[in-house]
Write a protein that binds this ligand. Structure first.
Ligand SMILES: [Zn+2]
Length: 113
């Protein structure tokens, strides 16, 4: 029997907020693209994956937004999927959750005055 040292999972306020944001974005995408009221299987899977990555993020509470992170811990296919979702849901986030969005995303230069 091997003794496995369990890594402490991240559970600080920043990580929790990130999880909330990523779930909201996937939710918007699934609702509008897949016409689901709850996550479809594929989106649920991606959501679980994103949460797991956040729980294990080596930066923990110090982490920057994932898009700006130097590690890119996502597996290739998940990365592609989350990118598509971010691109799709980003503008909706500004509409539905402006405070979180402004905190989380840097507003692209061309939108600035
Ligand atoms: Zn879906």
């Amino acid at each position: 029997m091997t003794i496995k040292v369990k890594r402490q999972l991240n559970d600080g306020p920043n990580i929790r907020r990130e999880k909330e944001i990523v779930s909201k974005m996937i939710y918007i995408y699934c609702k509008k693209k897949h016409n689901q009221k709850v996550f479809c299987e594929e989106c649920q899977d991606l959501n679980d994956y994103a949460w797991k990555r956040l729980s294990l993020c080596p930066f923990g509470e110090e982490k920057a937004a994932c898009a700006k992170c130097s590690i890119h811990c996502y597996k290739q296919d998940y990365r592609e999927r989350i990118k598509i979702i971010m691109r799709f849901s980003g503008p909706w986030m500004l509409l539905y959750h402006p405070i979180e969005s402004i905190r989380h995303f840097r507003i692209p230069g061309k939108l600035r005055k």
